[in-house]
Design a protein around this ligand. Structure first.
Ligand code: AMP
Length: 282
């Protein structure tokens, strides 16, 4: 595995490979890698000549300074995991490589419409502009054939689809399924901040999503929502939002509708750690 820090060096390597017809799969991450990230890497390795993984903790997408401060950094372990998985190139840019412009006001604004005012966008103002800024820049450096993203960040996938369209990036999004712990908890770098007991309790989030899905034909959504929020609170989990949305538009709906593709979205806080998860109804 080659570790590259400078965009120009990476570009020149990739340009040569692409001229020879190599396809490039790209997995952007913020490090503190786990099996969820590695599943994306493996999917890319299986489908491309070359796989590039980036690790960059993007300050622009943190609306909460404490969250950024406490974001786990495990770079030595990450390098080992990526190398063992067979990654071709690890891109480790610094802040000024990603954001070379000195004036932040000069940075692009992405017209994401309602996608950035609902759910994650509502609770994390500015978050998706930050996500778009970093991925836009990384895509212009890596210019991958395929971009690998996790279903775990469902709204992020929709936002990046929009950004790619707005900026005319010539890349295809591949969405990979959520990888979970044995108790159902969606793997996340933030799980490292949970105590063993908290991690166990956090498995309730997945159980609750399953309950809603299983009972969707028997009870109204609002009844199930109230039941589940209560069950989570009994496990010291505070629900920030729990909603039903159209999978394509992310428009919120308040009742089950078998004529539409719907998804249950949740954000919840346990031991001061904010976790998100989702489950499509079909
Ligand atoms: P992050 O490092 O949190 O920015 O995540 C990098 C990529 O890994 C994103 O596309 C995430 O959606 C994806 N990812 C994170 N957790 C999981 C998981 N449990 N299963 C599948 N993909 C994941």
């Amino acid at each position: 595995m080659r570790i590259i820090k400078h965009p120009a060096s990476l570009k020149s390597i990739l340009d040569k490979k692409c001229l020879k017809g190599s396809t490039v799969g790209f997995v952007p991450t913020m490090g503190a890698l786990h099996e969820g990230h590695l599943s994306l890497v493996r999917a890319s390795l299986n489908a491309n000549h070359l796989t590039v993984v980036s690790i960059f903790v993007n300050p622009l997408q943190f609306n909460d300074a404490t969250d950024l401060e406490k974001y786990p950094v495990t770079i030595e372990k990450d390098i080992l995991l990526l190398s063992e998985a067979g990654t071709d190139i690890l891109f480790l840019p610094g802040y000024s490589d990603v954001y070379p412009e000195e004036n932040p006001v000069a940075r692009a604004h992405y017209d994401l419409g309602s996608l950035e005012s609902v759910f994650e966008g509502k609770y994390r103002p500015g978050h998706f502009q930050g996500v778009c800024a970093v991925v836009d820049r990384l895509l212009s450096i890596v210019a991958p054939t395929d971009l690998y993203l996790g279903q775990k960040d469902f709204q992020q996938v929709a936002v990046l689809r929009k950004m790619i369209q707005l900026k005319n990036h010539n890349t295809k999004i591949v969405v990979c399924p959520i990888v979970r712990e044995q108790n159902g908890l969606a793997m996340s770098s933030r799980n490292a901040r949970l105590s063993p007991a908290g991690k166990e309790k956090a498995g309730e989030i997945y159980q609750c999503l399953k309950i809603i899905k299983e009972k969707a034909t028997q009870e109204p959504f609002e009844t199930l929502k109230a039941l589940v929020i209560h069950r989570l609170s009994e496990n010291d989990i505070k629900t920030e939002y729990l909603a039903l949305a159209d999978t394509l538009t992310l428009e919120e709906v308040h009742s089950f509708d078998t004529n539409r593709h719907l998804i249950i979205l949740i954000a919840a806080i346990i031991e001061s750690v904010r976790l998100i998860d989702n489950m499509p109804l079909q």
